[in-house]
Design a protein around this ligand. Sequence first.
Ligand code: C2O
Ligand code: CU
Length: 462
Amino acid sequence: MNRFSLSMATVIVGLSALGAATASESTWKIDISQTEWELAPGLKTPAWTYGGTVPGIPIAARPGDQLRIEVTNKLAVPTNIHWHGLVVPNDQDGPAIVIQPGSTFVYSFTPRETGTYWYHPHFRPVLDQLDRGLYAPLIVLAPEDSSYSGDRTFVLDDWYLDARGKRLPGTADGEMERFGNVETVNGKTGQAIGPLAVTRGERWKLRFINASTAAIHRLKVSGHRFRITHLDGHALAAPYESDTIDIAPGERVDAEFVADGEPGALYSITSDRPDLGISIPVVYGNGSVARVPSPFVPPDLRFLPGAQEKAPDFVLRVATLMGGMMQMGMGGSMGMGNMMGSMGSSAMGMAGWTINGKSFPETEALNVKIGELVKLRIFNDDAVTAGGHRMDHPIHLHGTVFQVLSVDGVAPAQPILKDTIPVPAGGYVDLAFVMTESGQWMLHCHVIDHEDGGMLTVVNAR
Ligand code: C2O
Ligand code: CU
């Protein structure tokens, strides 16, 4: 039995060592506590952490490993953990569990699929916990991952802070969601972000995770192109090249980075809001190595037979009800997101974020059978007119993986498996999935203000 308690730096070494070994049992200890976290020299904030760092302890495993994760809650509030993207038994996933202050819960499950996943609290209101820094990668390694020149994970986040690093309540002026004024990569902002140090000829595996509660991140790499190999941890049959990665809350993108730049030169992976702090320096050493070939093996992935023609079993319409809020006389500056989070929309007798006109817990459950193909259509009814709240809703389903059948009626060029999908404002998506684990599974928007505000329902799998 191995006992790990790794920092972000040592896990990189750990990852390649693990890649070669065989399946085993591994035990992880995670203490959840408040920690002063340094986002940059001179900028500290009281964060909540998994094991003292932001992001928290990165869990690394191989498919078939039996994970035992001992979680001790040293906060003053109850919490739990959701293994975002992993298919685990229902009684081992966050929402079914409450870890009271001072107590320990031991999660135990075996990841079956390789990929980039992450974990975070699912105790509502989730925003109060996730937004304080409770998130971490969970990487299930594929055999080929150890053949890259290096394997790096970048967790993106944003923080809404005053100049001294104190966490500001609510939402910024004019915003209905909690967007930050400081953006981070692996808990660091601006100059404090550690560089990607490469040598010409190398091929790196980069994993991006968006842990922001509302912000979509758009990253652009200078002088290079990413080769996108995985979405939400799932390998693509046809990887594609792009210099841009768009990543919505909850999503993950894996990309190969071929170091074909100039030795000694400096490049960067920079967000479209660079003033908020996200820019990862890409630093070339001198010299070069023989060009590393891609170890990536594209899977033989097919469109689910019959799914495209099938009529939807469920049609959901997600929407933001602006009218209700305006009648209450509350603008963004009063912290709508925070109020919705702590009080719940239904408790206030008004709708905010809805599915088919209702906010959780009033939303209607989806009852499905284990092993049965389910087709789900989700419309984003948000107003696209001036003054309306125009926003894509990144919808996430627990307990399974879905195939994207179409976005706005257009099928993707290749089969795509995901667990979180942005439903475009004014548009719709068609998804197909099969539940394999029985129990009650959540389906919700991963903009956490919306999730806490009621854009959430459950899938009952029997
Ligand atoms: Cu990552 Cu239900 O959430
Ligand atoms: Cu949403």
